[in-house]
Design a protein around this ligand. Structure first.
Ligand SMILES: *[C@@H]1O[C@H](CO)[C@@H](O)[C@H](O)[C@H]1NC(C)=O
Length: 465
């Protein structure tokens, strides 16, 4: 049972500001939305709380994304969400991975507790696709392929919490299997959910590089959704709790980053505080302060952030741990660019394998990574050079649209360019994803498919990796 007294005095103010902010056309449902943000428990307690948790990667070098998602599950579970209402996407190749020194256990910070135990295996392995994610969000069992069959069976009074952690880039984010999630497709799904009254209010947290590009200029304020992202539209997000590059200086037995900065910031904050007392806005500010290597952003209806965390993360208000944040951030807290975190693992593998039979293989894997990166850098620059001339390469790679515009207008163009590039030059992969910004800029500059294709062939013919 939540206390209303703390918030009672704030209600008139919120009601007033929220009503002033609400467009005239907003329906009765929106009024309820406004009432519910006051933190009052009468309205809130009617709705069921649902969560969709998604780790978009696989591979031991990406340990951290699945660790983040497992940790998120433990928070929701400890605070009272039921397994039947928590839907988890994780490839599930970490706990029993040959590189995992603690088989069957996943941790999300150095010396941390196991976060793997009890995590529902709804969508694992081949079922971790964008198509299944859309089906789950839309509550469409018939559109599923594989998996547990659990979908968002939510209705107009319900609360949905959607958390995603993985690699992203301008306009998209990855899934372990199959197609990426493009921002416009995710937005289409969210709009359908809104129309189908699949939630009263929804909170979205996204950890990914350029994650702001998933929502900027796309998420309307009148859909009952409040979102925060680890980064704005033009920067990396950061892996965290990473070991050093050298096994001599840092004998960490995990050899891989255990978490991501924005993700552990919100989760350790949720662990350490009473969810019935802390607002989403307070959490946003705390996370923003701790995530000091990228810009944590807010999107959608920010008035909803006046709600307490327990509105979405469970009403039991069980405090999981109470560790001052200063203490947590002091030890073993190396941050690494999201797209370079895999190199940490591959380098440590090389050092560990020295003198053993695995040495050649480990070195080969690291070399392949580095060669592939050079190929991606070179081919993209050559394509842009071909289309715009050498003096425009830098600006085409780095330009970011000002203001509140989406990163690209013609989403089909962006998809086509990614496909065309991959057809002639090979997979973009996690490192190469950063170049979707150049592709978005080329689309915005009016390059058509044929010219993109000709440039890709010129840059990569016979050189596809
Ligand atoms: C970010 O915060 C950490 C932990 O408080 C600190 O060690 C680091 O120097 C800060 N980095 C930047 C770029 O401000």
């Amino acid at each position: 049972m939540m206390t209303t007294s703390l918030y009672g005095s704030l209600v008139p103010f919120f009601l007033l500001t929220a009503l002033m902010m609400a467009p005239v056309s907003e329906s009765r449902k929106s009024f309820r939305e406004i009432v519910s943000i006051s933190g009052g428990d009468r309205v809130e307690s009617e709705g069921t709380q649902w969560a969709v948790l998604v780790a978009g990667s696989n591979g031991y070098e990406n340990y951290r994304h699945q660790a983040d998602v497992c940790h998120a599950y433990q928070i929701l579970k400890a605070n009272g969400l039921k397994d039947e209402n928590i839907i988890v996407f994780m490839y599930d190749d970490i706990a029993n991975n040959e590189n995992n020194p603690t088989k069957g256990i996943i941790i999300n910070k150095p010396d941390g507790h196991d976060v793997y135990n009890g995590v529902p295996k709804d969508y694992t392995g081949d079922a971790t696709t964008a198509a299944n994610l859309y089906a789950v969000l839309l509550g469409s069992k018939t559109a599923l392929s594989g998996g547990s069959g659990k979908v968002l069976n939510s209705g107009p009074n319900d609360y949905v919490f959607f958390y995603y952690a993985d690699h992203g880039s301008t306009g998209l984010m990855s899934m372990p299997v199959g197609d990426d999630i493009y921002a416009n497709d995710l937005m289409k799904v969210l709009k359908q959910m809104h129309q189908a009254k699949k939630y009263l209010n929804m909170v979205i947290y996204i950890e990914a590089c350029e994650s702001g590009s998933m929502l900027q200029g796309l998420l309307p304020k009148d859909m009952g959704i409040y979102a925060t992202t680890a980064a704005n539209t033009e920067e990396s997000s950061y892996a965290y709790y990473c070991p050093g590059d050298s096994t001599d200086d840092d004998p960490s037995k995990y050899d891989t980053c255990l978490g991501d900065l924005y993700s552990i910031a919100w989760m350790e904050d949720s662990d350490a505080n009473d969810l019935g007392k802390e607002t989403l806005q307070k959490q946003y500010l705390t996370v923003k302060k701790r995530t000091n290597l990228s810009h944590v952003m807010q999107y959608g209806n920010t008035a909803l952030s006046k709600a307490v965390l327990s509105t979405y993360m469970g009403r039991r208000s069980k405090k999981v741990a109470s560790i001052p944040l200063d203490e947590l951030s002091s030890s073993n807290s190396r941050a690494v660019l999201q797209r370079d975190a895999d190199l940490v693992f591959f380098r440590r593998q090389v050092q560990k394998a020295k003198g053993s039979t695995k040495s050649v293989e480990a070195q080969k894997r690291l070399d392949e990574q580095i060669t592939h990166r050079s190929h991606l850098d070179r081919s993209i620059k050559q394509i842009v050079n071909h289309l715009f001339g050498g003096s425009n390469v830098a600006s085409m790679l780095t330009t970011v649209r000002p203001g509140d515009q989406p990163v690209v207008d013609d989403w089909d163009c962006l998809k086509t360019f990614v496909r065309t590039y991959e057809q002639h030059c090979g997979r973009l992969s996690e490192y190469g994803m950063q170049y979707t910004r150049a592709m978005a800029n080329m689309c915005n500059a009016g390059v058509d498919k044929d010219r993109m294709e000709a440039a890709s062939i010129q840059a990569c013919s016979g050189k596809a990796k």
